[in-house]
Design a protein. Structure first.
Length: 338
């Protein structure tokens, strides 16, 4: 399936890489982003990477008029819905902002798609919907119990999409549950550009390696894991977005409601990540063990077999490659897009 894809949140970390992968695969791309957590420079850079740049619309997904204009001006065949707020800690302090941004935007988008006759949507969900899993690896049929307003907003949208699909069985709806996306485009031109203090491990490690920060704070070394630090399923952002391209092709052939983990199936500890990053960058990453971060779990990794079966997709890039690509981006852009 080729055609024009609307990418909401396309200027963001994952969205910008998705734009590059979609254009590479032969799609035309229209981005809708309000730049609340991103820079228009990211889209300019996508234009440098790809032969055809994405078409950019600055606007809010909750603005129905804006969506109607996009659907009127372009023959959109599918929507990748990345736009949303994503900081777990911030969502505890600002629950209304999170529900408004993440849930309302999805409602407005579905209504606009229905009016325009666009029936293919891929939604960015998260492994956070599983909460603290009873065991690992995590399969898609595990119980869902998110523990933050952010996670609950993702689950609400998943439920809305399921109800919507019951009412509209001709639609193709894909709920992709990402594990921990890291790394950057191999060009070093686009990457993750967190505003202020990074919440996530990899950008923090990268900022320590480049000398922007003095040391990493490791949140606990007394978990029931091999080295006591938290274990996660880090997935290269390029693998993740290539998974979106194949998911899009799959759902366009196969109407239905699909729910798929995107992970590698490998567990990596905080200290494994520090070592891998030191090796990739040739820099030392000093760290200090501090107390656990509230709400963190010991270990979380995907059972990736459903994606393999349905999409014939597996993550292929190594931890070393994730670190090398993140390092290239970090070195070339020590202050991100600013
Ligand atoms: P990001 O913040 O870099 O990108 C989100 C983009 O959406 C930003 O460009 C932001 O400006 C835009 N946006 C936010 N609200 C908007 C609105 N109302 N209208 C228009 N644009 C809006 O985040 P990301 O890491 O690229 O994540 C993309 C999606 O994937 C999010 O839905 C996130 O919840 C989900 N996700 C991310 C991770 C992760 O670790 N990065 C993991 C699982 C799921
Ligand atoms: C990874 C590990 C930390 C920072 C979050 C969201 C999740 C998803 C991905 C959106 C943990 C440790 C971290 C630091 C550390 N996002 N750590 N020092 O918490 O697995 O997932 O991002 O959907 O919903 O919760 O990722 O990168 O924050 O942490 O020691 O400065 O690194 O304790 O073990 P997490 P993370």
């Amino acid at each position: 399936m080729m055609g024009t894809v609307l990418v909401t949140g396309g200027a963001g970390y994952i969205g910008s890489h998705a734009c590059a992968a979609l254009i590479e695969a032969g799609y035309q791309v229209v981005v809708l982003d309000n730049f609340c957590n991103s820079s228009p420079v990211a889209l300019k850079r996508v234009g440098e990477i790809c032969v055809t740049p994405p078409i950019c619309v600055q606007g809010d997904v909750r603005d129905r008029d804006c969506l109607d204009k996009i659907f009127h001006a372009h023959t959109i065949t599918a929507v990748l819905h990345f736009a949303g707020l994503k900081a777990v800690g911030e969502s505890v302090d600002l629950p209304l902002e999170y529900y408004d941004n993440n849930v309302v935007s999805s409602l407005v988008l579905l209504a606009a798609m229905q009016q325009a006759g666009v029936t293919n949507i891929v939604f960015s969900s998260s492994a956070t919907v599983y909460g603290d899993p009873p065991s690992v690896p995590i399969r898609e049929d595990f119980a869902l119990s998110p523990t933050s307003p952010y996670g609950r907003s993702k689950l609400m949208v998943e439920d809305i999409l399921a109800d919507w699909h019951v009412a509209n069985p001709n639609w193709s709806v894909c709920r992709l549950r990402y594990f921990n996306p890291v790394g950057a485009h191999p060009s070093g031109l686009i990457g993750e550009d967190p505003q202020g203090f990074p919440n996530n491990l990899m950008p923090f490690v990268a900022q320590v390696a480049v000398g922007e920060r003095e040391k990493l704070f490791v949140f606990g070394d007394d978990y029931a894991t091999a080295d006591g630090t938290g274990v996660r399923d880090y997935i290269h952002v390029m693998d993740l977005v290539e998974g979106h391209v194949v998911a899009l092709e799959y759902i366009c052939r196969q109407p239905g409601l699909h729910t798929i983990n995107l992970g590698t199936g490998n567990g990596v500890s905080v200290l494994d990540m520090v070592k891998a990053f030191e090796h990739a960058s040739g820099q030392s990453v000093p760290y200090e063990i501090v107390k656990r971060r509230p709400g963190d779990i010991a270990a979380c990794w995907a059972d990736p077999r459903l994606a393999e079966t349905l999409l014939q997709w597996t993550a292929s890039r190594s931890l070393a490659q994730m670190c090398e690509d993140a390092w290239r981006w970090q070195q070339g852009n020590p202050r991100g897009y600013a």
